[in-house]
Design a protein around this ligand. Structure first.
Ligand code: CA2
Length: 143
């Protein structure tokens, strides 16, 4: 089973600033968590991070016919990108939206998610552990 984990803008900066909101973990910690989860669960997990909306759309299109499930944290594009929403709808691959912070407890603009409309589940406020939960959810759903 192949799962694509997509991360949007600035998530590569995790741990560098704003530890009060996103925790102390770094992006390297997230990559390790994904590797550990892949090994423990016997999954093929590919990670892709980009600061560019079109790159994320390209990667979602690339996933068509190649991956079984998508875990996506579109970061700031969550709240703005109809293009990412349309790409997720176009490929129709089961997708889980992840947010490290509890976006519903933050500014009103973060409480709107376009991508989430094309996702089968949203996990928020669980820190990096949310990625593992999303992967396990997809593994069970796809089995
Ligand atoms: O909680 C999440 O996972 C977010 O998707 C993170 C995004 C934010 O725009 C969303 O509203 C919620 C931000 C990504 C990382 O931003 C950083 C900011 C400062 C230092 C390091 C990372």
């Amino acid at each position: 089973m192949k799962i694509l984990v997509l991360n949007g803008p600035n998530l590569n900066m995790l741990g560098i600033r704003e530890p009060g909101i996103y925790g102390k973990s770094t992006f390297a910690d997230l990559l390790r968590l994904l590797e550990d989860t892949a090994r423990a669960e016997g999954l093929d997990i590919e990670q892709y991070q980009s600061n560019h909306e079109g790159d994320l759309v390209d990667k979602i299109q690339w996933a068509y016919g190649r991956v079984d499930g998508i875990v996506i944290n579109p970061a700031a594009y969550t709240h703005t990108s109809v293009a990412i929403l349309d790409a997720l709808k176009a490929v129709s691959i089961p997708a889980v939206e992840v947010h490290i912070s509890d976006v519903d407890a933050r500014e009103p603009f973060r409480q709107v998610s376009y991508a989430g409309r094309a996702c089968v589940k949203t996990i928020k406020g669980q820190g990096l552990e949310g990625y593992r939960q999303a992967i396990l959810y997809l593994k069970e759903r796809l089995a």
